[in-house]
Design a binder for this molecule. Structure first.
Ligand SMILES: NC(=O)c1ccc[n+]([C@@H]2O[C@H](COP(=O)([O-])OP(=O)(O)OC[C@H]3O[C@@H](n4cnc5c(N)ncnc54)[C@H](OP(=O)(O)O)[C@@H]3O)[C@@H](O)[C@H]2O)c1
Length: 231
């Protein structure tokens, strides 16, 4: 059994990871912006009162991160930085490509894994096993993924991958492993109804990958099915 904290746990891939980790016997701190509205998480908390703890957490608000970190005394073995946003698939002239939407996407997807990891580093340091950080990125952030759209999102996930690599170097001396992961094209609010896989299939693959993460694999970008991806 391990202790994990996941951001954006109230829907989509984050909710599926939370549910599966609880079924597998882990203790989950399920972070979300609005616990009162998180009906699915409340149901999981009722099913697993000892092992599911819903915690308020906005990943772009440092004070919220610090409050959440202050409310947790336990060690964390795994931190999953899953919360993310997208602003559409348009090209240069698309209306959604505003300075404001770039700021939201870049701060949420790049800066928040950094600030979230920093907030929960004291808990990871207390892990009695291999402490791990998993950043949910996207193949759309790979420099080898050629496409002509989604500028902010692609740049944000390239940045998230870079944050993972830099964290892997800085945290190596503390024996904390860091990986970035593509969850597949997943049928969620973000992925839409035509995605290749369900959130449950993605979560199942990702949990196997998190289990495999070691200091030898730290800094790598990995698909949910185990394939190594190009940054
Ligand atoms: N679906 C795909 O095909 C796909 C593919 C590649 C990568 N990904 C990545 O996988 C991750 C999860 O995606 P998803 O498909 O599950 O998306 P989703 O269904 O849109 O869910 C996004 C989650 O992130 C949370 N979130 C956003 N901003 C937040 C903030 N500031 N603080 C806390 N939580 C915040 C949302 O909370 P609220 O409910 O409060 O908005 C929600 O729980 C994202 O990082 C995404 O980029 C998804």
């Amino acid at each position: 059994m391990s202790n994990l904290l996941i951001t954006g746990a109230n829907r989509g891939i984050g909710l599926a990871i939370t549910q599966l980790a609880l079924q597998q016997g882990d203790c989950v701190w399920a972070g979300c912006r609005n616990p009162q509205a998180a009906i699915a998480l409340q149901a999981l908390q009722a099913d697993y009162p000892e092992r599911c703890k819903v915690i308020e957490l906005d990943v772009v608000d440092e004070r919220s991160l610090q409050l959440a970190a202050g409310n947790i005394v336990d060690a964390l073995d795994l931190l999953v930085c899953n919360a993310g946003v997208q602003n559409g698939y348009g090209g240069m002239s698309a209306e959604e490509n505003t300075m404001e939407s770039f700021q939201t996407v870049l701060v949420t997807n790049i800066a928040s894994p950094f600030f979230t990891t920093r907030a929960f580093l004291p808990h990871l340091r207390k892990s009695s096993g291999q402490a791990k950080v998993a950043i949910i990125s996207s193949l759309m952030g790979s420099q080898t993924h050629t496409a002509a759209n989604a500028y902010a999102y692609r740049a944000s996930k390239a940045g998230a991958n870079n944050i993972a690599v830099t964290l892997s170097h800085e945290l190596a001396k503390e024996d904390i492993a860091v990986g970035s992961y593509h969850p597949g094209w997943v049928r969620t609010d973000m992925g839409g109804p035509n995605g290749d896989i369900s959130a449950e299939e993605s979560a199942a693959g990702l949990l196997v990958r998190f289990n495999e993460l070691s200091m030898q694999l730290s800094g790598q970008f990995i698909n949910y099915n185990g394939d190594k991806l190009q940054l």
